[in-house]
Design a binder for this molecule. Structure first.
Ligand SMILES: *Cc1c(COP(=O)(O)O)cnc(C)c1O
Length: 436
C-alpha cells in the first residue's frame, strides 16, 4: 500500500470507495499515477476537465488572473462575472445567471426559485397554501445536500438521512403520462436531467422534452433542467436539451448579437443548473433563470460568498473561448459518433457481453449484459469490475449504476485517442467473452 493511501486511511473520511490508484500529473487526455503508469482519461474527472489536463492557456489564465484579482465580494461589481453571465445567456436564451460553486448548489438555487414561484404564484381566490412540490424522475441525480438527496430519485442515496426534506416526488423517466398524473394543486416545478448521468446515461426523448414544456405551460408550473453533467458542449450543443431538440443555438458559433438569435428559440425551459466542466476543474457552478422569472429571486433572497469570483469567471470565459475557437463542439459530435459507431460494432459482435450503447456526443454509456458469467459475485459492482479491467490496460472511465460504464472524455479528445479507447475496451470485452 502506498503512503498516500495510508494517510487517507487515517485522516480522510471514508465516504468514497476509491480505486487503488494515486494520480500525480496529467497532460491533455492522459494522467500518470505514482508508479509512473499512464492512463488514457476517458472520464475527465466526472465530465469536468473539458479541455483535458494541464491545458497551458488555462494554467496561464489562472496565473494571470490571480496576479490581478482572485476574489471580490458580491457587494461590488466585477467585469468577469458580467461577461460570463452575458456569454451564458447568449448560449441559452434570454434570462439571468446566478453564480455558485458546485452542481448541488446550482440545484439548490433551482429549488429556491421553485419555492419562490410557488409562494408567489397561486391564484388568490382558491389559495390555500403555497405551492411547493417539485417532481423529479427515478434514476435522477441532483447532488448530495439534504435537498439534493431529496430531489434525487434513487433510494440508496437517501438511505440513513431521515427525515427527508419535504416536497419532492419521483416518477418514471421519459414517461409523460406518469408526470401528468402526479401533478397536483401543490406542484410548483418539474426537474429533470435531459440526459440522466449517474444512473447510466439515459437520454430524454425529444417528445418527452416537448411534452414536459406543454404540460408545464398548461399547469402553470416551472420546467427545470439539470445540465450539470450533460451540459457545456459535451453533446455537441451547449446544453443537451438543445441537442435533443435540435434547437438552433450558438453552439460552435461566435456572435455578439444575442437579440438576433433569440428569435430562433421555440423552446426554453424556465431554469437550468450548471457546474462540472464549466470551469474545466476550477470550481464554479451557475444557474440560468428565464427572463420571465428574473424578478423572483430579488435582492437579499440568495447569495454565495465565492459565487462569481473574478478568478472562476475568468477561467470559465477562457474555457468557452477555447471551445469555440478550436471548434470542440464539432469535435464532440464527430468523435462521439465515431465512438458510438465502433462500440455498436462491438455490441453487434458480442451481444452476450454488451447489451446496449446509449448517449449523445461525448457522453456515452456502455450497458454490459447482466448475465455475462464473467462477473463474479464479490463486493464490486459489474461496472466496477469492468473499470478495473480497463485500469489494468491503461484507461480510466466512470462506473454508473448497475452494469453501465460511462465515457465522459475531454472535448478536445483526439481521433487517435478515441481509437486507443476503442482498442482497450475491445480488449476487455474479448477477455469477458473468452470466459463464457
Ligand atoms: C455531479 C452532478 C450533480 C452534483 O454536482 P456537485 O458539483 O458534485 O455538487 C448534480 N446533478 C448532476 C446531473 C450531476 O451529474
Amino acid at each position: 500500500m502506498n503512503n498516500t493511501r495510508k494517510i487517507f486511511d487515517c485522516y480522510v473520511l471514508p465516504t468514497y470507495s476509491r480505486f487503488d490508484i494515486t494520480l500525480e500529473r496529467g497532460e491533455g487526455s492522459y494522467v500518470w499515477d505514482s508508479t509512473g503508469k499512464r492512463y488514457l482519461d476517458m472520464g475527465a474527472g466526472i465530465a469536468v476537465c473539458a479541455l483535458g489536463h494541464a491545458h497551458p492557456e488555462i494554467a496561464e489564465t489562472i496565473a494571470e488572473q490571480s496576479r490581478r484579482l482572485i476574489h471580490v465580494s458580491n457587494l461590488y461589481y466585477n467585469e468577469w462575472q458580467g461577461k460570463l453571465a452575458q456569454k451564458l445567456v447568449e448560449l441559452i436564451g434570454p434570462g439571468r445567471i446566478f453564480f455558485c460553486n458546485s452542481g448541488v448548489e446550482a440545484n439548490e438555487g433551482l429549488f429556491k426559485l421553485a419555492r419562490r414561484f410557488g409562494n408567489s404564484s397561486i391564484p388568490k381566490e382558491n389559495a390555500t397554501s403555497a405551492r411547493s412540490e417539485i417532481i423529479t424522475a427515478f434514476g435522477s441525480f441532483h447532488g448530495r445536500t439534504l435537498a439534493g438527496i431529496a430531489a434525487t430519485g434513487q433510494e440508496k442515496i437517501k438511505k440513513g438521512f431521515d427525515p427527508p426534506v419535504a416536497g419532492f416526488k419521483h416518477v418514471p423517466f421519459n414517461d409523460l403520462e406518469a408526470m401528468r398524473e402526479v401533478i397536483t394543486e401543490n406542484t410548483a416545478a418539474i426537474l429533470i436531467e435531459p440526459i440522466q448521468g449517474e444512473s447510466g446515461i439515459t437520454v430524454a426523448s425529444a417528445e418527452y422534452l416537448r411534452g414536459l414544456r406543454e404540460l408545464c405551460n398548461e399547469r402553470r408550473i416551472l420546467l427545470l433542467f439539470d445540465e450539470v453533467q450533460a451540459g457545456h458542449f459535451r453533446t455537441g450543443a451547449f446544453h443537451s436539451w438543445q441537442r435533443g431538440l435540435n434547437v438552433d443555438t450558438a453552439a460552435g458559433r461566435a456572435s455578439n448579437e444575442p437579440k438576433k438569435r433569440v428569435a430562433s428559440f421555440t423552446f426554453l425551459p424556465d431554469a437550468i443548473s450548471m457546474a462540472k466542466s464549466l470551469g474545466n476543474g476550477f470550481p464554479i457552478g451557475a444557474f440560468w433563470v428565464n427572463e420571465k422569472y428574473a424578478d423572483l429571486l430579488g435582492p437579499g433572497s440568495h447569495a454565495s460568498t465565492y459565487g462569481g469570483t473574478p478568478l472562476a469567471c475568468a477561467v470559465a470565459l477562457k474555457v468557452l473561448e477555447i471551445i469555440e475557437r478550436d471548434q470542440l463542439a464539432k469535435n464532440a459530435t464527430e468523435l462521439g459518433d465515431f465512438l458510438k459507431t465502433e462500440l455498436q460494432k462491438l455490441h453487434d459482435k458480442f451481444p452476450d457481453v454488451i447489451s446496449e450503447i446509449r448517449g449523445s456526443g461525448l457522453m456515452i454509456g456502455i450497458q454490459f449484459s447482466s448475465d455475462a458469467p464473467a462477473f463474479n459475485k464479490g463486493d464490486d459492482s459489474p461496472a466496477v469490475q469492468i473499470i478495473k479491467r480497463l485500469h489494468e490496460r491503461g484507461m480510466l472511465a466512470v462506473p454508473a449504476a448497475g452494469y453501465v460504464v460511462r465515457l465522459l472524455p475531454p472535448l478536445n479528445l483526439k481521433r487517435s485517442e478515441a481509437e486507443e479507447a476503442i482498442a482497450i475496451i475491445a480488449n476487455v470485452v474479448h477477455s469477458i467473452a473468452d470466459q463464457h
